[in-house]
Design a protein around this ligand. Structure first.
Ligand code: SF4
Ligand code: SF4
Ligand code: SF4
Length: 184
């Protein structure tokens, strides 16, 4: 696969301003490290057993949870030759940035995001649906009647593994990971 000499530089000179933050590979250090270090070789895209890694508009890999869930197989991390990842995944690729993050372990969040269910949710509009609960293996999403005639969803984000399985299951596209803070 042809590699760009410097994809991040090419993007800079195009003058494009990104307004949307993308979900990169799990446990990437941050967006700046990623876009300056990723060579766009596409090895991660080809290695993903769930086929959820796609190219963004600039050619960089991003996760698309509308295509499926992350199994945390770590194949994308293992195959990447660049020092883009935090914690245990960087033992063979130590950099100044990664050394700083050595305490990060597999229990750390894979992405700096929080799962949220928007008002597009059918149950929130008094139409019965519990598709997301059925998809969540860790029972993070629960339904209770509260003051409604239709059970309403709630989630305990602390127990969410960030697998993303519930996102594809939602017929209303109402579930999304929203960034906790600006990382671009
Ligand atoms: S394997 Fe690494 S360098 Fe190659 S496209 Fe994926 S993130 Fe970029
Ligand atoms: S950890 Fe595995 S399933 Fe998740 S994005 Fe990487 S290759 Fe795909
Ligand atoms: S992303 Fe979180 S809430 Fe959704 S299915 Fe996975 S563990 Fe459950």
């Amino acid at each position: 696969m042809e590699r760009l000499e410097d994809p991040s530089r090419r993007r800079f000179f195009r003058g494009r301003v990104k307004t949307k933050q993308e979900l990169r590979l799990p446990w990437v250090i941050n967006e700046a490290v990623f876009t300056s270090g990723c060579t766009q070789c596409q090895d991660c895209i080809n290695s993903c057993e769930s086929n959820i890694i796609v190219k963004d508009e600039d050619g960089f890999p991003k996760i698309d949870f509308s295509l499926g869930e992350c199994t945390f197989c770590n194949k994308c991390i293992d195959i990447c030759e660049q020092p883009l990842f935090s914690g245990a995944f960087l033992e063979d690729n130590a950099t100044e940035a990664s050394t700083k993050d050595k305490t990060v372990n597999n229990k750390a969040k894979a992405w700096p995001v929080t799962l949220e269910i928007s008002d597009k949710c059918l149950a929130k509009n008094n139409i019965y649906c519990q598709s997301c609960r059925d998809e969540c293996e860790t029972s993070v999403i629960k339904f209770n009647y509260l003051n409604s005639s239709i059970p309403q969803p709630s989630l305990n984000d602390l127990d969410c593994t960030q697998c993303g399985a519930c996102i594809k299951s939602c017929p209303q596209d109402a579930i999304a990971f929203n960034f906790d803070q600006t990382t671009v």
